[in-house]
Write a protein that binds this ligand. Structure first.
Ligand code: FE2
Ligand code: FE2
Length: 146
């Protein structure tokens, strides 16, 4: 399968549930990229809506709940970052994918890949560090896909 993004150690937060959720998002972005390469734009679109947008929202909620539960100090800022991302996706990205050309779709996909990798590698990894320092072990399972 052609990949637009490769899972790397730099993405590991050390919290299994969140790493599994992130891996699922990365895998789905690669599937979308593959579908686009095969000219299956409609299937790619569906996957993006169902498996990326919905799943990202579930994942963000999961992170926020856990951060809240343990009093993570940077929760508010982290939450705001999630919020802005969701708003951008809904207001700008989805309409562009819905009505735009294949190039628009590809640039939207690049935006998603760029945002997610930056977000996982920076603020998400930071909470991982914090939980580790505090000796807090999260035993959650990853959130369901459907
Ligand atoms: Fe995350
Ligand atoms: Fe996050």
């Amino acid at each position: 399968m052609r990949e637009i993004i490769k899972w790397s150690k730099d993405f590991e937060t050390g919290i299994k549930a969140f790493d599994d959720e992130h891996k699922f998002l990365v895998k789905t972005l690669n599937e979308i990229y593959s579908l686009l390469g095969e000219g299956k734009k409609e299937e790619a679109k569906e996957l993006l809506k169902k498996r990326v947008v919905n799943y990202a929202a579930k994942h963000f909620k999961h992170e926020e709940e856990v951060m809240e539960k343990y009093g993570y100090p940077d929760l508010e800022r982290h939450k705001k970052t999630h919020e802005i991302f969701v708003k951008t996706v809904i207001e700008k990205l989805l309409p562009k994918i819905e009505e735009g050309s294949e190039n628009d779709f590809r640039s939207a996909l690049s935006f998603l890949v760029g945002w997610l990798t930056m977000h996982i590698a920076k603020p998400d990894k930071e909470y991982g560090k914090w939980f580790k320092e505090k000796g807090i072990v999260i035993e959650d399972e990853m959130v369901n896909i459907d």
